[in-house]
Design a protein around this ligand. Sequence first.
Ligand code: GAR
Length: 181
Amino acid sequence: MKTVGILISGRGSNMMALVEAGIPVALVASDRPDAPGLAWARDRGIATFALSPKGIGKAAYEAEVDAALRAAGCTVIALAGYMRLLSDDFVARWRDQIVNIHPSLLPLYKGLDTHARAIHAGDRVAGCSVHVVTEELDAGALLGQAEVPVLPDDTPDTLAARVLAAEHRLYPRILKEFVSR
Ligand code: GAR
């Protein structure tokens, strides 16, 4: 069985869904020492690691994150609302072992503001995707997707809330399959 390290930048609701689903999580790490999800993980006895790249640079920051993940015994990295781009070097060191959840039906709407873009385009269906992380943003092999209807009066916020609920169902299911491969 593989062991997972989760990287978060904020509220961490996907991380919480993964932990609550029984995914074997050895470390929760964040680039934001004040990320609310860190305290939640600590309260549940999960090891945490927090370091900001500010002041030390991306290479030193990523070397520390890499060391913390390996020291905790992680063999898989799950990005869960982690809002930084990992360097090509980091991705290469964890080749095919990093997965991400993205709030759109990839390959549609890579990057940010996915819900506003889906509404603006007049899409009837939105959703979320779990994919393998490669050097190219939001472009690695798809592992699973969930569709969510776009309602006529949806705002980016109301659509985001409905997609987030779908993320909480999709990510644990896909990651469970991934770690038991
Ligand atoms: C989620 O909607 C996730 O899909 C998105 O950020 C949110 C994080 O919520 N991720 C991205 O946009 C990555 N590019 P969470 O911190 O509550 O899990």
